[in-house]
Design a protein around this ligand. Structure first.
Ligand SMILES: [Zn+2]
Length: 230
């Protein structure tokens, strides 16, 4: 297992010499820093949540101890990094280029099904006046359809999100979680050209990422985080 060399991956993500992936489109905004962790390094996150596979979005501006449960953080504060921990679930970072609101989302299948990405856009709008047209989205390394085959009772709950699905033989179906989240944000008004996906699979790319499905006994997680600097 060799580590990939630093450089560009698809959809304009690149691996830095520090072992952290970043989205080129986000780098246009000098007022933020962000990163998606790997096995070798993770960015710092000062605020994270007890993740419960929900659609609960927490505003870190007014964080109280009893609020520290949920699957997405949003903030408009300068100097506080917010993050999520994943090992197969989809880490998603967002920024609003007008209000400088930022968000970090943890989307497993339950959170995706309950609409965590849609809820995040909605709460950015409610709390910070975000117009979805101003939002940039980066989808990080996660388990992809190549490696994510689920039972039909799970898959069928996603059928409304994938109207193009043909019937399958057998009782399993491949599920594309990043695509489901992309569609939620697009339907919430995000410009599809501002949604960037690194295309990396945590389960196939064993050298780079922790994977809960591949190694359920390994407690390792990657952190993905974003911070507003100004
Ligand atoms: Zn894969």
């Amino acid at each position: 297992m060799t580590q990939p060399a630093p450089g560009i991956v698809c959809d304009s993500f690149r691996l830095g010499p520090d072992g952290i992936y970043r989205c080129d489109a986000f780098q246009e905004f000098f007022w933020q820093k962000h990163g998606f962790g790997t096995r070798s390094a993770s960015p710092e996150a000062q605020i994270t949540l007890r993740q419960i596979h929900s659609d609960q979005v927490v505003n870190a501006n007014s964080l109280r101890d009893r609020d520290r449960e949920g699957d997405a953080l949003i903030t408009g504060c300068v100097g506080i990094s917010i993050g999520v921990r994943t090992a197969d679930c989809v880490p998603i970072l967002l920024l609003d280029c007008r209000t400088r609101t930022i968000a970090a989302v943890h989307a497993g299948w339950r959170g995706t099904l309950s609409g965590i990405s849609r809820s995040t856009i909605q709460k950015m709008r409610e709390d910070f006046g975000t117009d979805p047209a101003d939002v940039y989205v980066a989808l990080g390394p996660c388990v992809r359809a190549c490696c994510y085959v689920v039972d039909l009772d799970v898959a069928n709950q996603f059928a409304p999100q994938f109207p193009e699905w043909e019937p399958v033989a057998g009782n399993k179906r491949a599920l594309d979680l990043p695509e489901a989240n992309r569609r939620q944000m697009q339907n919430a008004g995000v410009n599809p050209q501002r949604i960037f996906d690194c295309g990396l699979c945590t389960t196939c790319q064993t050298a780079s990422f922790y994977s809960y499905r591949r190694e359920p006994e390994n407690p390792g997680r990657m952190v993905s985080a974003i911070e507003r600097l100004a």
